[in-house]
Ligand binder design. Structure first.
Ligand SMILES: [Mg+2]
Length: 265
């Protein structure tokens, strides 16, 4: 028997509404991350944001005082696992999707691509329009698979919710007459990507904690992983707000700092 205690379990952290709000760090969050790491925990940032590149998200974390090199998993990376190297992929999304596909060895193309494509990958982007919907739906009707980085209906901003990637893919899916395969939280491809990143086999991991502000994505993602869900009230679920049915958080806490306190007891 080894005298060395096992490392404490990893903590998975959503970004928006947990670590920051629109890139502005939430009070106490950088210190909380540092404290979790000081306990020997791996902290992995798991985000449905497929627009920004991993470099950009790591840079925003670094600006907030949170070094995170190699610790960010995006829904774009999860979507790329559904694509084979060498496949031609019509990107209806942002630079984060292009980056993930290139790392996968696939060939991302834009709406002006003349030939056929194998896959259409859809994520949040602001220059979506009717022509792009027509090209994407046409590609799917011609046989391409339809993959969505995430199905979030809205995306929170300081000025209120704006349409999210889920709203964009919904239009393409209706026009194409198929349902998309969704990669991001709370779906299986993201769970597989996270399990691989923390060196776990897929399957229940009740010692792992998923921290998030949205029950529909983070809470159900914890369930997909078989992990414990820690709901923080710093994002889309304000203090006192009732929870949708189906998920009971293991921890229902004010913020990330409260989790550190609870775990330290
Ligand atoms: Mg969030």
């Amino acid at each position: 028997m080894s005298a060395t205690a096992a490392a404490p379990a990893p903590v998975l952290c959503d970004l928006d509404g947990v670590v920051w709000l629109s890139g502005v760090p939430l009070p106490g969050a950088p210190e909380a991350i540092a404290a979790l790491r000081a306990e020997g925990r791996r902290v992995l940032f798991v985000t449905n944001n497929s627009w920004a590149t991993v470099d950009q998200q790591e840079a925003t974390l670094a600006e907030a005082g949170i070094p995170a090199s190699g610790d960010v998993i995006t829904s774009a990376a999860a979507a790329a696992t559904l694509v084979q190297p060498g496949e031609r992929v019509l990107v209806c999304g942002g630079p984060g999707v292009v980056e993930a596909l290139e790392q996968r060895g696939a060939t991302p193309v834009g709406r002006d691509h003349a030939g056929g494509v194998d896959v259409v990958v859809v994520g949040f982007h602001r220059d979506f329009d009717y022509d792009e919907m027509a090209v994407a739906a046409g590609a799917v009707r011609a046989g391409a698979r339809l993959v969505a980085t995430n199905s979030d209906a809205t995306y929170p901003t300081p000025h209120g919710p704006i349409p999210g990637g889920g709203a964009i893919v919904a239009g393409i899916a209706v026009a194409a007459g198929v349902d998309p395969v969704v990669a991001g939280k709370p779906h299986e491809p993201m769970a597989a990507a996270v399990a691989a990143a923390i060196g776990r086999d897929p399957g229940p991991m009740p010692d792992v904690i998923m921290v998030g502000d949205r029950v529909e994505t983070d809470g159900f993602f914890a369930a997909t992983l078989g992990a414990a869900f820690a709901l923080v009230r710093t994002g889309v679920t304000p203090s006192g707000a009732a929870l949708p049915p189906g998920i009971t958080p293991a921890y229902d806490i004010a913020d990330l700092a409260s989790l550190v306190e609870l775990l330290g007891r």
